[in-house]
Design a protein around this ligand. Sequence first.
Ligand SMILES: Nc1ncnc2c1ncn2[C@@H]1O[C@H](COP(=O)(O)OP(=O)(O)OP(=O)(O)O)[C@@H](O)[C@H]1O
Ligand SMILES: [Mg+2]
Length: 580
Amino acid sequence: MKRFLPYLKYLRGHRTYLVFALVCGAISGLVFGRGLPVVINSVFPRIFTDGPRTLPALEIIGYALLIPLVFLIRAVTQFLNNYFMSRCGIGVLEAIRVELYRKLQYLPLSYLGKNRTGDLLSRLTADTQVVQQTITSSASDLVIQPLTLVGAMSFLATIAFRYNGALMFLGSLAIIPVCVLPVRYVGKKLLKRADENQRLLGDISDLANQNLMAAREVRAFGLEEKEVDVFQRTTRRLFLVQMKVVKYSQVLSPSIEVIASLGIAFSLFYAYRAGLPLAVFTSILTALFACYEPVKKLGALHGQFTRGTASLNRIEEVLHEPVTITDPAAPVYVGRLRGDIAFGEVSFAYKTGEPVLHGLRAAIPAGTVCALVGPSGAGKTTFANLVPRFYEATAGSVSIDGHDVRAMKLADLRRNIAVVSQDPVLFNDTIYNNLLLGRTDATRNEVIAAAIDAHADDFIRTLPNGYETVVGERGSLLSGGQKQRLALARAFLRNAPILILDEATSALDSQSEQFIQEALQKLVVGKTVLIIAHRFSTIRDASMILVFDRGQIAATGTHAQLYAANPLYKSLYDRQTGAT
Ligand SMILES: Nc1ncnc2c1ncn2[C@@H]1O[C@H](COP(=O)(O)OP(=O)(O)OP(=O)(O)O)[C@@H](O)[C@H]1O
Ligand SMILES: [Mg+2]
């Protein structure tokens, strides 16, 4: 229960509905818990008299209708209570869901790298769903049931007072605390299973996500049945855990009913001894029933809360994860940077204790086209990722124009950098909107000019809907070369002083290749460029080359210098060009 309290702050905007819902819930609970026994107690003795039954028909009908009246009031107020409580609850949930999504936008890439996408998706959908169920079911029971209990108990107390039956009153109610025992026992069991249940759902979502992303590989390698097999083993584990959850949550109500029936037996015994009239005893039974029903419901609600807690824990694991890459407390103001990049003794490790960059130093003056070359895994991409602060250096500092990147606002820093990744990702939207991501306030003419510069305009115009063509998930309806040109157009549009390019390793046909080279040559003019180069033409044209080797910069220079002096560079270059 109390785990949910911090989220009450989201109720602020729903106050009126909440108050209205609470009032309706109170009426509903009291009318049923107290009203029904009172009606029975006052009406039955008049109808079931010992003598001849002479009441006029109209009066009897009037008495009889009192009972549906109680139920009608209860029905209407219960509906209003449920409706408006749910409205508040679902509103709160919406806020939590958005907060979670916002958090996912700001968490460092290292966090997203460590956590599985499918599992995070499952937290965003399946876990929020469980919390929502918890909120809606508690919405209907949390007010009405306790007040029904209060209403019924107050009636029993009145009767006990009138008939001197305090012992019966206490005796039959003494059962209630006993009912709490199974609730507690089951609750503990349930929490563990519910947690396991949600984790397995995360696994399943993750398996499916990976499988769909690798649909081509699955077919190419004939993995279809193997994939089904792995999936089925996980769903089987889920089945077993779900059955335990069902067992524990369904065993509660029946056991509470059995315990509660002991209270009824006790009051029957006592009523006989105390000589209570049948009508009074009937009203006591009604009140007892009205008492145990809430206990049972609250027990079930406890189970639901336990399941909700397990899911809330999973949501909070993400919500409470510290965002380690943030704006500094007192940022230095930077407008448009010139682009002097300096690495001072920079070390970096993805995992503590396993450094992949070892005390790198480099100075890349503004306006330089700097090629990063080196064997696979030498640390080129990692190096480039430190400039826009996608990751944080573990030691040393990266600075631009003399300002440490950590001293600037992230938005200011990143506004000055355009990134074209190795495998550019497009959103499932129109080409125009995908280009616009480069700079959201660009005009249509600017967007088209950028596309022309990137040699993309020609092919875009041949598409059925031109710039309004939707590119499919991750740009799947376009060829590799087309995607790369759109990515370049996006970078043109951004027109940032620093450009980071992870050159695609995939071979393109010679025409696309040539288009991209031409586009690149235009794009790099006047900018500081870090280009992770795989093509020898790009490497040769660079005014500065950093040779990476096992997390260190082994040499710096121009092509001619390095080719003459550095054996690693010479062998890399020769291999690229096919020379022997
Ligand atoms: N997200 C990550 N988590 C953990 N280790 C990583 C991660 N990314 C890269 N590494 C490791 O860091 C080292 C440097 O990787 P990096 O991607 O920088 O190499 P690279 O020089 O760009 O190689 P390539 O030319 O193949 O792209 C490698 O040993 C790699 O295994
Ligand atoms: Mg790389």
